[in-house]
Design a protein around this ligand. Structure first.
Ligand code: AMP
Length: 176
């Protein structure tokens, strides 16, 4: 049995002291690891209607693009402020210090479409909550959210479940 968690590399003190950065590039470069991760991100939502996959910049693009291809549906990028070329809608969210903004093209999700949200990792859930806000602002509904990694001590899963969203993660690391 392939151990996805063992394929994730941990880099202490990146990008700043005290952070244990969970690096999925080691998982992505493994043929069987990448294949399995994409399969498992999809499986949890089998039977639900999914019209589009949305991925959060940047690692959510790699995983979300592969998931969209597997489901034969379109892909929607959710990006940091100022990166998307067309007209956007925006959603601010709180960081540890200050705020940030994510954006989505105004025509990326149509009213009534059901969207599966993908990212590599859920920590506090702030980024995913902002992404959910964008999809709902456009009139879309959330089919579910999938992440490779959960940091359960930071409470992101509970936060998203509190928004009425189904959350699936493939492995968990305790602590930050
Ligand atoms: P949050 O909004 O707190 O749930 O943070 C999730 C976002 O930050 C995701 O896009 C992750 O890629 C990134 N992130 C947060 N903490 C880590 C970590 N320990 N290792 C790698 N990425 C992280």
């Amino acid at each position: 049995m392939l151990d996805l968690k063992a394929l994730i590399r941990t880099i202490p003190d990146h990008p700043k002291p005290g952070i244990l950065f969970r690096d999925i590039t080691t998982l992505l470069q493994s043929a069987s690891g990448f294949r399995r991760a994409v399969d498992e991100l999809v499986q949890a939502h089998a039977g639900r209607r999914i019209d589009k996959v949305a991925g959060i910049e940047a690692r959510g693009f790699i995983l979300g693009g592969a998931v969209a291809h597997q489901l034969s549906v379109g892909f929607v990028p959710i990006r940091k402020k100022g990166k998307l070329p067309f007209k956007t809608i925006a959603q601010p969210y709180a960081l540890e210090y200050g705020t940030d903004v994510v954006e989505m093209h105004v025509d990326a999700v149509a009213a009534g479409e059901s969207v599966l949200l993908i990212d590599d990792l859920i920590a506090t859930g702030g980024t995913a909550e902002a992404a959910i806000g964008l999809i709902r602002q456009a009139g879309g509904t959330i089919a579910g959210c999938s992440f490779v990694i959960d940091l359960p001590d930071l409470g992101g899963r509970r936060r998203l479940e509190g928004l009425g969203v189904s959350v699936h993660t493939l492995c968990a690391f305790s602590g930050h």
